[in-house]
Ligand binder design. Structure first.
Ligand SMILES: *[C@@H]1O[C@H](CO)[C@@H](O)[C@H](O)[C@H]1NC(C)=O
Ligand SMILES: *[C@@H]1O[C@H](CO)[C@@H](O)[C@H](O)[C@H]1NC(C)=O
Length: 986
């Protein structure tokens, strides 16, 4: 008898999304204490240190997170690793459900990570609303990414090897099913695929389909009985409240809504977990024999729901939900917090033919959220669906599975495509997560046995399809790793000339290293200012008419709803009303004073596109704060900027629809960016594939690099032997004079203000870099080489170049290199320098250090110089989390699709870009003497600025035109595929 009860209770583990699962959660503690080992593959706890706030650029706090591993079936050393995601409950082990069958079959290791805040993975000692600010699905997904990496590395250590990647596959049911789908969506480079069982991927404010499905699952007779019961309960609540509540042992539920919710859930659970006959036969029998339906229902609730099933009335009592101490109700409070901030799933009564009481409405839920967590707490359902795409989720290699009787399936993805198959398991008692757990789920079927499902074949058929997909995707993943990288290179080598081949070989080699963007950017930024200021010539920009909208300040906080004003531009002259594409030109690390008239003007004309452009948060006039103290910069990151773009994209589409007097229409979008904004362009398609048909990522610096010595090496290659030698000699002479007469040499360059030698040497290095980066090598090399031949003073000749060209024509400000200036937190023209250094010092580094030998720049420009600069300018705790950035985006292993990468052969930044090509992510290098940064969009050279990015001054205009042709081909294809796909037909 006792054992039976334990088994019954164990279903609690298998919790689900929402209130129904809250009941389950209550019992988990008791289960784990008395756990029968057959119910788990393992209950042996393991721990590791997890980052508390993944979205803060400078908070490095950690908390201990619990996990499990099960290696009995693992095929050493290359078997797959199955990550079973734990959801909204204490995770007391790896449950022995169908995953053990799969693990045995595939020779897989199984690991499982407890969800932050639940069970024992506690960041705080109480659950005040303020303490819950890091509780969200977005943080939880990042937890999984960090854990995945940690576990792979610790396994490699155990197996005495490094850098090996086993093929991973993620699993989850219900809310954890959504996490499983979302993990593959957001971190495709970290898993070969995902099983998303009863995955509730759609956040819904008014989830009326939930109640309707209960009616459908119940059938006409039972539904009528349930409806009559509700009506009778409502009548008795009006006449004798206390009596009817007492009848259900629920007198403690003072709020009528809580009581009615409790009664509704008690019925739900029967259908959700495959026990429909428990409630239906009782009620139908009572109705047919003229018994009191309310009494019959009360008996069911007490015997089954509160008894066998093990739920608790307290779970529905807002008084307990308000309790912020850690106790057995904590899980309930935590899940309600997630419901009240991110996903809602409010199971409200439909306006007619409802089973539950109409008093269980939106108002009831919103009041509960306020009452339990505070006035400002409400769910940001739209933001959640913008972030994940809802049922428009545009991931790949995700299997969705749902049970026909499960009311949650209407929050899941039920339409199928080859890359995201969705299976419905149809049978009388097929409920939530039937594929993994069998039927019914009380008692739990070990190994998810399907024998008690009313149609075991229906379950087995879907399982067969799951295995087929897993087999395929795991093998593709195996093939897709390092070995195939070589195969892809060979394909390219056939296509490209010998020179190209060299580049590819180099890039493959670099692939294994880490590197990256930076100071050189600051220079172009300065230039951009002068563009815009002197842009009396309107040809330089398509438009400079400012528009504004309100942007969310912190996209990753579940409870902060602050907004700030963000600036944008639109250009509609070429727009083919109403269905032309919309080109989103991403602005990067500078003031965005208009839409520059570069090659995008040509593309827009060609495609009949609207062009819009959003200023990057914090830069230019898009200011959240009146000063730039480090504390104020806490929302400055690429992650926030990408979410800005998503929100803006949605806002602009809606306002365009409004203008065109229509609703729900989606134009095909395409995103563009150069340099850092090129990385944003690639990352936007990676993280928000449902919001754009494709991306052009020009000179996109997608790899964060700590010691970016390849930057200096590329300058040497681009310069050629003679010029390189002259540059090296110049550096050596400058260093000597710095030692003998510091003041004199600094003054010679007009840079006496740069007191720190590192700043001065960085300035000199950048002055040379800029010539190659922006296609003007001839301004630098010929004079220097000639001077060397003529035995002139190289330092004086270089000083002339720096003053006349870099400071003069190019317009850089020497202050840009002065750390004292970078420390200034007041807003000024040059605030952009400080802002970009903040991004460099926290996320991407791209520290352009001197290589250990054959360096052009002074060896004093080393990583120490950069790290010191970060500390001095922003504070002791500020350093770049390069590994985390690459974990988040995948670095050059980026696993997106429909992204075009382009780079210039002479551009030192290209080694932080993706230079390996695949059909879905082609990468083109434009090779010519002055092909630099963003040449495809801007032509050559980039000072003076070429209108429409004219390529005629490029050393090989054909090389540029050829790549542009390939860009247009891909855009054509992807835009038409986007048109043809679901969106427009919706
Ligand atoms: C986690 O961090 C704490 C405090 O720094 C340390 O004592 C502990 O050893 C770490 N645990 C693991 C598993 O690394
Ligand atoms: C690990 O591998 C290295 C290189 O193959 C070998 O020298 C070393 O002995 C191995 N260590 C262990 C503990 O197996």
């Amino acid at each position: 008898m006792t054992t039976l009860k334990l088994v019954f209770i164990s279903l609690l583990l298998l919790s689900v999304a929402s209130h129904a699962s809250l009941a389950l959660r209550t019992q988990l503690h008791s289960l784990s204490e008395s756990s029968n080992s057959n119910n788990y593959l393992t209950t042996q706890e393991l721990w590791f240190n997890q980052t508390l706030d993944h979205f803060s650029p400078f908070d490095h706090h950690k908390f201990p997170q619990r996990y499990y591993e099960f290696l009995d079936y693992f095929r050493i050393p290359d078997g797959p690793i199955f990550l079973e995601i734990c959801g909204e409950s204490s995770c007391n082990g790896i449950v022995n459900d169908y995953i053990s069958v799969l693990a045995k079959k595939f020779g897989a290791a199984v690991v499982s990570l407890e969800h932050r805040y639940y069970g024992r993975s506690l960041p705080f000692e109480s659950t005040t609303t303020e303490n819950l600010r890091y509780l969200s699905s977005k943080q939880a997904l990042f937890d999984l990414a960090v854990f995945r990496q940690y576990y792979q590395e610790s396994l490699n250590l155990k197996l005495n090897r490094t850098s090996v990647e086993n093929p991973w596959f993620v699993f989850g049911g219900s809310y954890a099913g959504a996490l499983s789908a979302w993990f593959r969506l957001k971190f495709p480079h970290l898993t070969c695929g995902s099983l998303a069982s009863s995955a509730v991927v759609l956040a819904i404010q008014n989830f009326t389909e939930f109640d309707r499905q209960i009616g459908d699952s119940a059938g006409a007779e039972c539904k009528a009985a349930l409806q009559e019961t509700t009506k009778l309960v409502e009548e008795r609540l009006a006449s004798n409240k206390q009596a009817v509540k007492t009848l259900f042992d629920a007198a403690e539920l003072e709020i009528d809504g809580d009581f009615l919710y409790f009664l509704a859930d008690a019925a739900v659970i029967a259908f959700q977990y495959g026990n429909p006959d428990r409630v239906c036969s009782t009620l139908v029998k009572a109705k047919n024999s003229g018994d009191d339906l309310v009494e019959a229902y009360a008996k069911y609730v007490k015997d089954y729901y509160l008894g066998t099933f093990g739920s608790s009335v307290q779970t529905y009592n807002q008084k307990y939900l308000k309790d912020t101490s850690l106790n057995k109700h904590t899980g309930d409070r935590l899940w309600w917090f997630q419901v009240c901030t991110e996903v809602a799933y409010f199971q409200v009564a439909p306006s007619n033919d409802s089973i539950r009481s109409s008093k269980v409405d939106t108002r009831y839920h919103l009041d509960l959220c306020k009452n339990v967590f505070g006035e400002d707490i409400y769910p940001e359902v739209d933001a959640t669906n913008i972030y994940y795409g809802g049922t428009d989720i545009s991931g790949s290699k995700i299997v969705f599975a749902n049970g026909s009787q499960d009311p949650w399936r209407h929050a899941s993805k039920q339409t199928s495509s080859p890359d995201m198959p969705s299976f419905l398991i149809s049978c009388h008692n097929c409920g939530h997560c039937t594929d993994m757990r069998g039927c019914p789920q009380t008692p739990l079927s070990l190994e998810g046995n399907a024998r008690n499902c009313s149609s075991p074949e229906a379950v087995e058929k879907v399982r067969h399809q799951i295995i087929e997909k897993m087999d395929l995707w795991l093998s593709e993943c195996h093939a897709d790793s390092w070995s195939s990288m070589r195969r892809r290179q060979q394909l390219e080598e056939e296509e490209e000339a010998t020179e190209m081949m060299k580049l590819v070989l180099i890039s493959t080699f670099l692939f294994f290293l880490l590197f990256s963007t930076s100071h050189a950017h600051l220079a172009p930024r300065t230039l951009l200012h002068s563009f815009s200021k002197s842009s009396t010539n309107s040809n330089r920009s398509l438009t400079s008419k400012e528009l504004w909208f309100n942007q969310t300040l912190d996209h990753y906080s579940p409870l902060d709803h602050h907004k700030f004003q963000q600036r944008y531009y639109e250009f509609l002259d070429y727009f083919r009303v109403p269905d032309g594409p919309i080109f989103l030109k991403i602005c990067g690390e500078s003031s965005c004073d208009g839409i520059a008239n570069d090659y995008i003007g040509v593309l827009a004309k060609k495609f009949g596109a609207a062009v819009v452009s959003l200023e990057h948060r914090y830069y230019g006039k898009s200011l959240p704060f009146k000063s730039t103290t480090t504390e104020n910069l806490r929302y400055l990151s690429s992650k926030q900027a990408l979410f800005d773009l998503a929100v803006f994209r949605q806002y602009y589409q809606e306002s365009l629809n409004l203008k065109l007097n229509r609703t729900g229409v989606e134009n095909p979008w395409f995103v563009f960016g150069v340099s850092y904004s090129g990385a944003l362009s690639a990352w936007f398609r990676l993280k928000f594939p449902h919001l754009t048909c494709g991306s052009l990522a020009s000179s996109a610096v997608v790899l964060a690099v700590y010691n970016y010595s390849e930057f200096d090496q590329q300058i040497g290659e681009s310069a050629g032997a003679e010029c390189k030698a002259a540059l090296q000699e110049t550096t050596q002479l400058v260093e000597e004079r710095l030692a003998s007469n510091k003041k004199a040499v600094k003054t010679l360059f007009g840079a006496a203000g740069l007191e720190i030698d590192g700043d001065f040497l960085y300035f000199l290095a950048d002055a040379a870099a800029i010539a190659f980066q922006y296609g003007n090598p001839d301004k630098l090399c010929p004079p220097l080489v000639q001077a060397k031949k003529d035995g002139e003073d190289l330092v004086e000749v270089y000083a002339k170049y720096v003053k006349e060209y870099y400071v003069g024509n190019f317009g850089v400000s020497i202050q840009t290199y002065d750390q004292r200036h970078l420390k200034d937190t007041t807003l000024s023209e040059n605030t952009g320098d400080r802002l970009w250094w903040f991004q460099v010092c926290t996320e991407v580094a791209y520290f352009q250090v001197a290589p250990t030998n054959d360096s052009i720049r002074s060896s004093q420009v080393d990583s120490r110089y950069h790290v010191d600069l970060c500390k001095k300018v922003f504070g002791e705790d500020i350093y770049p989390e390069v590994d985390t950035t690459n974990l988040y985006y995948g670095g050059t292993n980026i696993a997106g699709s429909k992204i075009i990468f382009t780079n210039g052969s002479q551009d030192p930044w290209r080694h932080a870009s993706k230079q390996i090509s695949s059909p879905d992510m082609p990468s083109f290098v434009m090779s010519c003497h002055n092909c630099g940064h963003g040449t495809d969009m801007r032509g050559c050279p980039q000072s003076p600025f070429n209108i429409e990015g004219n390529a005629k001054n490029c050393g090989s205009p054909d090389a540029v035109e050829k790549v542009r042709h390939q860009i247009i081909e891909k855009m054509d294809l992807w835009l038409s595929e986007c048109h043809a796909s679901g969106r427009s037909s919706m």
